[in-house]
Design a protein around this ligand. Structure first.
Ligand code: MLT
Length: 407
């Protein structure tokens, strides 16, 4: 069953219908998004691809089945055991392993001879560089492709680009795309067409580096890792007893969705905080609570993860006449938003002793947090970035090896 809807409408459709499960979105032609429901991936045996569904923090969905075949498209559907396996491996690469038995000099042999293609159809600084550094530390060769300077700017679809790159024999595709479900579409297309470009019908790994408003799984993992490190939970990654606040533009955030799912699966309580236009109650179906009162809850948080307002994903608005990073119907005034939800020095002082401040970047200083908060001793922002490399090394190693075994 397929139907085309304008891209902007579909983003909203995905969000409000996310709890129905089996939602799958992908871009076939520029500006048009196709939605197919309950589609089974043919040929690759990767199972049914779904968008976020009810209770996926508890292990429903097919994230685990996809991961077993060498793809990391979402944290939804991964079991706590699978999450711990990735995080445990990241611990080795971060140099935090208990016995230090894994020799860093041997890391460059792990993916020697493999090729990883970074396909970034949307802007990125941290994620793209971090995947490249991670792949190179494991000995892989990295090829970078962005919309500017490639045939994507000539109207080629994401699926065609991925097919062509796969036909060159790459071992892994790391991709970012503005459409939720784009990496699922790529996995499905690669599996359906595998025999047309590979004699043995082999499918390379696909790793989601952020798809629309859906998920950003490696960001979720590195956020979890950072919290576990600070609260001495690296043995077993059990986050029970910790409360994590995610503040800001939850509605548009793939970072929030991966965080809610992953943190919840490992036992943390998650509370999403922000104005009603950015924090819909429906997000609670993913296993978190919501509040619009930051000041009422800030003193109860162990970690506060502050998100950027994703103006690029909002419908244009008046902007209250102020100079804004982008016009938005969801945020009438950036100044007012900062007053009510910005992490300023007064709110920093209300945090529990030992509580930490996080941000996935890029930070808009003076919009969602002050420079004082971003640069404070409680700020883990640069540790998050550091841990991102270790997490991505773990993900690349596990995914590329899993897909090689399936070959
Ligand atoms: C993302 O790609 O979602 C970023 O890591 C967060 C942001 O863009 O604000």
């Amino acid at each position: 069953m397929k139907f085309a809807i304008r891209a902007g409408r579909v983003q909203g459709f995905l969000f409000t219908s996310a709890w129905w499960g089996w939602v799958y979105l992908g871009e076939r032609v520029p500006g048009v998004v196709y939605c197919s429901m309950g589609k089974r991936i043919a040929g690759g045996g990767a199972g049914v691809v779904r968008g976020p569904g009810p209770g996926h923090g508890q292990g429903s969905g097919d994230g685990g089945a996809l991961f077993a075949r060498g793809h990391l498209l979402q944290l939804a559907g991964l079991s706590a055991k699978e999450l711990r396996a990735i995080l445990g491996r990241a611990r080795v690469f971060a140099g935090h392993d208990a016995d230090g038995s894994d020799d860093p000099k041997a890391w460059r042999e792990r993916l020697r001879g493999k090729v990883v293609a970074n396909l970034f159809f949307e802007d990125s600084t941290r994620t793209r560089v971090s995947f490249a550094v991670a792949a190179e530390r494991l000995g892989a060769q990295v090829i970078n492709l962005t919309s500017v300077g490639s045939s994507i700017s000539k109207g080629e679809t994401v699926a065609d680009t991925a097919l062509n790159v796969a036909a060159m024999g790459v071992d892994g595709i790391v991709m970012r795309h503005k459409s939720s479900g784009a990496p699922h579409l790529v996995v499905r297309t690669l599996a359906e067409r595998a025999h047309s470009y590979d004699d043995a019908g082999r499918v390379c790994s696909v790793i989601n580096a952020g798809d629309g408003r859906h998920e950003h799984p490696t960001q979720g993992l590195l956020d979890i890792y950072t919290i576990a490190e600070r609260f001495d939970r690296l043995d077993g990654f059990d986050l029970s007893g910790l409360t994590v606040g995610i503040v800001g533009d939850i509605a548009s955030s793939r970072v929030a969705r991966s965080g809610i799912v992953g943190l919840g699966a490992l036992g943390a309580k998650v509370v999403c905080i922000g104005p009603p236009t950015l924090v819909p109650r429906s997000i609670e179906a993913m296993g978190c609570t919501t509040t619009h009162d930051l000041d009422g809850v800030i003193g109860k948080l162990d970690a506060v993860n502050v998100l950027r307002i994703q103006f690029e994903r909002h419908d244009g608005g008046g902007g209250g006449g102020e100079k804004m990073p982008g016009a938005s119907n969801a945020v009438a005034s950036v100044r007012e938003y900062y007053e009510v939800y910005g992490l300023n020095s007064a709110r920093l002082a209300k945090l529990r002793p030992g509580a930490i401040v996080m941000h996935p970047g890029p930070i808009n200083r003076g919009v969602e947090m002050s420079s004082e908060a971003a640069d404070s001793g409680q700020s883990m922002v640069l540790r998050q970035v550091r841990h991102g490399v270790a997490v991505r090394m773990a993900v690349l190693e596990m995914c590329l090896n899993a897909s090689a075994q399936g070959r």
